[in-house]
Design a protein around this ligand. Structure first.
Ligand SMILES: Cc1cc2nc3c(=O)[nH]c(=O)nc-3n(C[C@H](O)[C@H](O)[C@H](O)COP(=O)(O)OP(=O)(O)OC[C@H]3O[C@@H](n4cnc5c(N)ncnc54)[C@H](O)[C@@H]3O)c2cc1C
Ligand SMILES: *[C@@H]1O[C@H](CO)[C@@H](O)[C@H](O)[C@H]1NC(C)=O
Length: 415
């Protein structure tokens, strides 16, 4: 018997991981990705937290240690406003306690992670078709047809038993299901880069994740290898598209010589010595009433895109993958073609498990962004107090980490 075909839209971070799991459970996944393979490295870095790493650790035949990354040893917070150039809080103990979840939080370079996940999907026998953009969906009783546009402007289509939209912030699957809507600009941009640790004053402390709060801007930085740190500066300003591509040389030079080059706590070092800089607008979307329709369901950023301030974008996408696959296996252990009603039940259970949590995290990330972009002396001093309270209290941090890293797996078996 030929296996049940599944179309996955998007080969970003979630698509290849979902593909490998589905393949290992007896499905026949095909991924359609709008980009060509091997574009220049775009994007900067991500944090993989214990929740996301736990899902990756379940990926058949995947060697987690192959991901070049660096564990975070400490979290620390500083203020850099004229009235207060001081440390606000720091905790190594909290970071050590994360081991109870089986993994430490780690910084990774996104292009590197992306490349590894794609290679693993190909090695696992997942079909990936590059340069194919999903533009339409048509349902029938037993299958769904996907309309695709190729880079050359050609049109083609394919059919499958069901479709999972893993196509990110500007998801074509989401538009085809629920109509096109612009993403919500958060009012802030981020400028980030990658810098060699040896160029930092506090080089020996670099394995800390540090946030330095200023007036109207903040910088966050964390190691992504033993030799590199990744950093990002948030700033409130006019809308800017998130192309994730490099900044032009002139703007990079301006930034390197600008006010940030006078900050302390290594902020000056990361900016002045950056090797590659990227600037992008920050977007999210409001909660959708539902993530599925007929034989089609959304996952990751396609369902719940978030601003990056809680470092949960990729990790929540992995949680989605874990629960969707787990529920498919639970309700359809033979990976058979399912009637639409049965699929809807599975999708509904998945969404019920996931939506409240992802909505809370999207809103939490927005609030964190506001905190980081606080401006005006009084507001900044008040913000410093909030930061002291939030991160100076180990018990609160541990409660938050249990919510972030452990709760999604409570009572859920391995898949
Ligand atoms: C190029 C790029 C660089 C990024 N860099 C960073 C970064 O440096 N730091 C960070 O925190 N986050 C970054 N992100 C966002 C981060 O990867 C996601 O928030 C997170 O990993 C969730 O993963 P996802 O698979 O749901 O979405 P994504 O990783 O965004 O993947 C979505 C994929 O779908 C493809 N796609 C879009 N529309 C269609 C369509 N109609 N048909 C077929 N394919 C389609 C996209 O090309 C993309 O490959 C980046 C995203 C992209 C696309
Ligand atoms: C802080 O930012 C506000 C708003 O951008 C500005 O008006 C103010 O002058 C800044 N204060 C200092 C001390 O730089």
């Amino acid at each position: 018997m030929s296996s049940t075909k599944v179309i996955i839209a998007g080969c970003g971070i979630a698509g290849p991981v979902l593909g490998v799991f589905l393949k290992s459970k007896g499905y026949h996944p095909i991924i359609y990705e709008r980009n060509k393979r091997d574009l220049d490295a775009v994007g900067l870095s991500l944090m993989l937290h214990p929740n996301g790493l736990r899902v990756l650790s379940l990926l058949p035949d995947f060697d987690l240690s192959a991901i070049a990354s660096r564990a975070i040893d400490e979290v620390s917070f500083y203020s850099w406003i004229p009235e207060a150039r001081v440390p606000l809080a720091s905790s190594a103990k909290f970071v050590a306690r994360l081991e109870q979840y089986g993994f430490q939080s780690r910084g990774v370079e996104r292009p590197e992670l992306h490349r590894l996940l794609i290679e693993h999907a190909l090695k696992s026998g997942v079909d990936i078709k590059w340069d194919h953009r999903l533009v339409g969906l048509t349902e029938s009783d037993e299958e769904v047809r996907v309309d695709l546009v190729t880079g050359a402007g050609g049109r083609t289509s394919d059919t499958a038993s069901f479709v999972v939209g893993c196509d990110g912030l500007h998801s074509g699957t989401r538009s085809a299901l629920f109509g096109a809507q612009r993403a919500d600009y958060t009012g802030c941009t981020q400028t980030g880069g990658i810098t060699l640790i040896k160029d930092l004053k506090l080089g020996s402390k670099a394995p800390a994740m540090a946030t330095i709060y200023g007036n109207g801007t903040s910088i966050i930085m964390y190691p992504i290898s033993d030799t590199k740190v990744s950093w990002a500066m948030v700033q409130r300003e006019a809308e800017e598209r998130e192309t994730w591509r490099g900044m032009d040389k002139e703007k990079q030079e301006q930034l390197k010589k600008g006010p940030l080059s006078e900050w302390g706590f290594d902020a000056e070092g990361v900016v002045a010595n950056a090797q590659r800089m990227v600037k992008y607008g920050l977007y999210d979307r409001k909660e959708l009433p539902t993530w599925h329709k007929g034989r089609v369901v959304l996952l990751g950023d396609a369902a719940h895109p978030t601003s990056p301030h809680l470092g949960q974008g990729a990790n929540q996408a992995f949680e989605d993958v874990y629960h969707l696959v787990r529920l498919l296996v639970k309700h359809n252990p033979t990976a058979s073609p399912l009637p639409t009603e049965k699929l809807s039940e599975i999708y509904e259970e998945y969404q019920l498990l996931r939506k409240t949590r992802t909505t809370a995290l999207v809103q939490g990330a927005r609030a964190m962004g506001e905190l980081r972009a606080t401006s005006g002396t009084e507001a900044c001093l008040a913000r410093n107090e909030v930061v002291r309270n939030m991160y100076g209290d180990e018990a609160k941090l541990l409660e938050q980490s249990a919510f972030l890293f452990d709760a999604p797996f409570k009572g859920a078996p391995e898949i």
